[in-house]
Design a protein around this ligand. Structure first.
Ligand code: GDP
Ligand code: GDP
Length: 503
């Protein structure tokens, strides 16, 4: 589970600016589901080793009545979902009536809130901060969201008290920003460059997933279990076939998630697990299929047949994001009878950004005419081009057709994500890719790509070393990505490629 942070404050104090800095993207999931207010954006932050979900609320307006109305409408909901609230104020404006109003609400709610005075660049930050002690919410943190100043200290303040609750997630990476990928011949923990990684202040080093790595190269998860070892050799020792595969079924309300979950589990188990989830927590259901263990992450809340108390309130973006985050493979369910919405695409995009393997289930395929089906397929081709490496299944959760075949693709995607590929093979693929299609000239010199090695699995990461790699255009990077994907036969899982400048 990732911690959840909500940004609240009146308009123009810099919430979006901080949101964009934390998520390093303008892509966000917007809660535009029917019945929900439009103005909450959800993003995944991975900032300086801190991972969390961040919610940007639309501004709360100035007048007293307005504050109540707006807070109730959406900020309250975001605050409710959050572990930490960052209450942003404008250091240049000083305290306003609206700030006081919001502070009163936050005090009443009793949620941990940090006052963040933004825009301290170019002003006397101590004087500016002092002004806001009057809000009565304790210490005031000065930042400049636009430049990043103070953001790291702020996150440290917020997250240090959460470490017990979210140990691995808020684990700091090493101070050098390095991630250990291997033990070298002398037994040193080294990064992708082969340089020794220095421990952080807590004496820890971390792998690419933020797990602690001990001196013997064991990878330790949040609960203190050894889940693997560093390096190619040791990756073989992780037996992916015996680990339960965590499978999340996600999608907008009413696409058929519950029906699909019921179908997969079989009716009699449904009653057993028919328990209400909270707004944030999915239900985790262990199951076995063809001798393999799975944990089904049910975001819909399995309901008994005939009890359809739809659907708006039971849907939670946070729940969906947490489920994706926790899964090995995501089944994204789309309703064939509705046009593909931006929200469908956003959910898929989020899963890909999180590095999750993905299978797309186009549900409610029953009872459609041939022409209608062809039309739907054309639309899917057009809109799902960005995820053309994911298998598409046309299913009817209601009647069961196509549901069994989903599992072949789930296993294929999982195998792709965890497959081990050695340096020699990756470098050979890189060489043929470059032979087939040379990198461009940059100010008369050709970008040189020298060798490639694995930087991690789940999702597969490939690190390419070369000269002037910064100048490689996006089109060439995409070419390489596709080339690796085809050569390795990777299906259903995003590949991440990173470039490193050789010295
Ligand atoms: P929101 O309405 O709270 O989401 O505020 P925005 O993020 O849209 O920011 C409002 C304005 O403040 C924009 O013009 C930003 O460029 C500006 N701004 C945001 N952060 C900073 C900062 O750290 N320093 C300064 N000087 N301006 C900032
Ligand atoms: P959820 O909100 O995503 O969990 O969706 P539900 O599973 O509750 O399904 C929403 C509605 O779609 C219900 O009325 C289902 O009976 C219907 N439905 C689900 N799957 C199918 C399907 O494969 N075909 C048809 N025709 N209807 C379906």
């Amino acid at each position: 589970m990732l911690p959840v942070v909500a940004l609240v404050g009146r308009p123009n104090v810099g919430k979006s600016t901080l949101f964009n800095r934390l998520t390093r993207t303008r892509d966000a999931l917007v809660a535009d589901f029917p019945g929900l207010t439009r103005d909450r954006k959800y993003g995944q932050a991975n900032y300086d080793g801190y991972q969390f979900i961040v919610i940007d609320t639309a501004g709360v307006h100035g007048d007293e009545e307005g504050i109540d109305a707006e807070m109730a409408a959406q900020s309250l909901r975001a605050i409710d979902e959050a572990d930490v609230v960052l209450f942003m104020v404008d250091a240049r404006d000083g305290i306003t009536a609206a700030d006081m109003g919001i502070a009163t609400h936050l005090r009443r709610l009793g949620k941990k809130a940090y006052v963040v005075a933004n825009k301290i660049d170019g002003i006397d930050s101590n004087a500016a901060r002092a002004d806001f002690f009057e809000l009565g919410l304790g210490d005031v943190h000065g930042i400049a969201a636009a430049h990043g100043r103070g953001v790291e200290q702020l996150l440290q303040e917020c997250f240090d008290p959460l470490v017990d609750e979210y140990p691995g997630v808020v684990a700091r990476r090493s101070t050098t920003g390095d991630e250990v990928v291997n033990l070298d011949a002398e037994g040193n923990l080294v990064n992708a460059e082969g340089e020794i990684v220095e421990p952080d202040a807590d004496g820890n080093v971390y792998d690419i997933n933020g797990n602690v790595v001990d001196a013997d190269g064991n990878i330790i998860d949040h609960e203190g279990n050894i889940i693997g070892q560093l390096g190619d050799r040791s990756h073989d020792e992780i037996d992916y076939d015996t680990l339960p595969l965590k499978l999340a079924i996600v999608g907008r309300p009413n696409v058929g998630k519950s029906t699909l979950t019921n179908r997969i589990l079989g009716e009699e188990r449904v009653v057993v697990y028919d328990m209400p989830g909270t707004t944030r927590d999915s239900v985790y259901i262990p199951m076995e299929r063809d001798g393999r263990q799975y944990i089904l992450i049910d975001t819909a809340g399995v309901r008994r047949r005939g009890r359809i108390d739809e659907s708006i309130e039971k849907f939670s973006v946070i729940k969906t994001l947490q489920a994706i985050e926790d899964a090995n493979v995501v089944i994204a369910v789309i309703d064939a009878r509705e046009t593909v919405s931006d929200q469908d695409l956003n959910l898929i995009g989020f899963a890909l950004n999180a590095g999750r393997s993905i299978v797309i289930a186009v549900n409610k395929w029953d009872g459609l005419s041939h022409d209608h089906r062809e039309e739907i397929k054309r639309e899917l081709d057009r809109r799902l081009g960005f995820v053309d490496f994911a298998r598409l299944h046309f299913i009817s959760a209601l009647h069961g057709s196509g549901v069994g075949n989903l599992f072949e693709s789930v296993l294929e995607a999982y195998a792709s994500a965890s497959a081990r590929v050695g340096t020699a093979k990756l470098t050979r693929i890189l060489e043929t890719a470059v032979e087939d299609h040379q990198p461009p000239l940059v100010s008369g010199r050709r970008v040189k790509l020298k060798y490639a090695h694995a930087g991690g699995y789940n999702p597969p990461r490939i690190i390419i070393h070369g000269n002037q790699v910064e100048s490689l255009p996006g089109s060439y990077k995409r070419y390489l990505m596709n080339y690796f994907r085809k050569s390795l036969g990777v299906m259903g899982t995003p590949i991440k490629i990173e470039f490193r400048e050789s010295v």
